[in-house]
Design a protein around this ligand. Sequence first.
Ligand SMILES: [Zn+2]
Length: 428
Amino acid sequence: MKLLRLGDRDPSVAEARAAFIHLGFLPVAPRQAAVADNAPITATGPATATTAGAAEPAEPGGQTGATEAERSAAATEPAAATEPAVTADLFDRELDNAVRAFQQSRGLSVDGIIGPDTFRAIEEARRRLGDRLLYFSVTHPFVGDDVTALQERLSNMGFDVGRADGIFGARTDVAVRDFQRNRGLDPDGLCGPRTLRELKRLERTVTGGRPDVLRESVRLLARGPSLLGMVVAIDPGHGGDDPGVTSGPLCERDLMADLASRLEARLLASGLEAHLVHGPHESPSEAERAARANEIGADLLVSLHVDASSSAQAQGVSTYYYGHARGSSAVGERFALLVQREIISRTDMVDCRAHPKTWELLRRTRMPAVQIDLGYLTNAHDVAALASTEFRAAVAEALLAATQRLFLPPEQDPPTGQLRVPRIAART
Ligand SMILES: [Zn+2]
């Protein structure tokens, strides 16, 4: 699809504008209503803003004649009357702000660009529970805010939907049928008017318990401190024809492939199971990567990337986990914080912290998952670090330590940087 950004003029900008008005990120625009030519003052709204701005400085000079001329010029300008219809097609500053606010609220990268991710999020955000019949479709699962609303309601009533991720999957299906059975309805898994009415009737006002988050933590604790047999999925961010970010002789694909194999070796040596999500000759889509991690039943997923910036000053390490304004993966967040802490304490990289995101990989994985952006290949300091094998070895060690810590009860958690991984694996 075509990317839309500030300054673009295109009919699909008008559609996007309408969507953001519908979603409440833009006020209902008076300019559209002003197409009727009986009100030239309103109609020239956006156009006169510049004309008046230019005319004003002349006014204090006492040259009323000039202002008069400006005024009549503006009034007689026929283009001004047709302008409003055209401006709906223009990607202006106001729309740019709305796109950024929307992206922020959805946990997307905030770049002001309407690309595939933002477009998908707009489509999903427009869905309201009750707009359509929802059920479990294996081939084309329903995705949207209506599914999230359904999952949140079921979850608040104690039905296990897993993560409220807005995707109607097998677990949501089981939860819907459980609910239907529980309420004496036909357990057909169809979330239509009858089931919705029952949901609404029973909806408790008590919220905020976040049972989905609690369940995730309980499952994790149930494993105990033993790491034997735990499966870690490692996702090198790129591969095959896709080099990722490049800088001179260095490229993201090769650097992260090296780090991935180091990490794999360290995990295996410590009694954990490690699987690479894909081989060196391919670069699957994010959804495909997530599907593979789900298939192998991984307990954790680590996706490895580096970053790039138009500014040579940008540097440092960030880690991302699944989350948005309404909630996040509690374990994913904890793991991301541990990853940051361990990497920062073992290297001289700048700490760009952990952040929640709704990227496809993080969203579609069923286990706690993190994506690490290990420095900028556009920054001299970070390039020097990434080029060094010692640095990559230290990061592999940091990731292993973060994995260990995630499963240790707090009282067994030794100070950062002092964890000797093999000893702990041997003790269990
Ligand atoms: Zn990448």
